[in-house]
Design a protein around this ligand. Structure first.
Ligand code: NDP
Ligand code: A1CAB
Length: 258
């Protein structure tokens, strides 16, 4: 069985760990300097350690620390060309990582839904191996992209869950405003997003067609859609994505220069 280490067991590292645990066919070593972070993932891994050199013994090493810590972690990691290093930090280029390790480097932009094995990930096609594809398949879906598309992918699928959480919250709050209790409103809103997303993924129909399918003639939905079509809702979402993309590009400038 392939052994995977996750260095950095914060929000994203722990989501990956839990997703791999749910997949049931992974041996995982968790590494973090913070004992509380290790404690929070202890039930989902084979071993925990605060020693990076112990984490370096795995076939696949996922570096899940903040972008500005990546360089320091790589300096402490002694890997061979037979090992694969998965780099998930926003803005940190493959070249930056390549320059600091002998391992095969694959850059990935994952997202928080790895925890439930519903991750949407973007992976740079260069360097990607079947081993990596299998790992990503086990925690969700992935698209192989050109590294030049990584900033926009970071905004769409990396940051995207936060934007969608916000929209679910908006829908739930509107439900509460209309008289639903909070728990019902949140469940109905979240399940509606999940069902709509599944429908887009599984249906042969395009999104315009699906909107039409909900809008019964002289019914309720078209009244709401008219409000959305006349609003700046789409432009606001586009602006949020553009702001995240711009920040990813700023980080990329910082972590490309060395
Ligand atoms: N959060 C997300 O949804 C996503 C994050 N990412 C990327 O994942 C990376 C991690 O982000 P996120 O999980 O949010 O960050 P967190 O701060 O939640 O997690 C980082 C973890 O790494 C630990 N850490 C710091 N230094 C070391 C070290 N030298 N060795 C081992 N562990 C260390 C931190 O401990 P301490 O807190 O004590 O410093 C913390 O537990 C980032 O590069 C980010 O760009 C990518 C996609 C989505
Ligand atoms: O906000 C961030 O920088 C990270 C990268 C994508 C999602 N979270």
């Amino acid at each position: 069985m392939v052994q995977t280490s996750v260095i950095g067991c914060g929000n994203m590292g722990s989501a990956l760990i839990k997703g791999l645990w749910r997949a049931g066919n992974h041996t995982v070593v968790a590494c973090d300097l913070d004992p509380d972070a290790l404690e929070s993932v202890a039930d989902y891994v084979d071993r925990t350690t605060s020693d990076v050199s112990e984490a370096a013994e795995s076939d696949v090493v996922i570096v899940a620390v903040k972008p500005d810590i990546v360089g320091a972690v790589l300096d402490d990691l002694d890997l061979t060309p037979e090992q694969t290093l998965l780099s998930i930090a926003a803005g940190v280029s493959t070249d930056y990582v390549d320059a600091r390790t002998d391992a095969n480097v694959v850059r990935i932009m994952p997202n928080l839904a790895a925890e439930t094995r519903d991750m949407a990930a973007a992976v740079t096609a260069e360097g990607v191996t079947d081993e990596v594809r299998t790992l990503l398949d086990d925690v969700g879906e992935f698209a192989e992209i050109d590294e030049r598309q990584m900033d926009i992918a970071t905004a769409v699928n990396g940051s995207g869950p936060a934007f969608v959480f916000y929209l679910i919250q908006a829908m739930a709050e509107a439900g509460v405003e209309g008289g639903l209790d909070e728990a019902h409103a949140e469940t109905l809103a979240a399940q509606t997003f999940k069902g709509a997303a599944e429908t887009v993924l599984r249906s042969d129909r395009d999104i315009e067609d699906l909107i039409d399918a909900v809008c019964s003639p002289n019914g309720t939905t078209i009244e709401g859609m008219d409000v959305l079509w006349d609003s700046d809702a789409k432009a606001n979402v586009a602006e949020a994505v553009a702001a995240a993309e711009e920040r990813s590009a700023e980080l990329a400038a910082e972590f490309n220069d060395e």
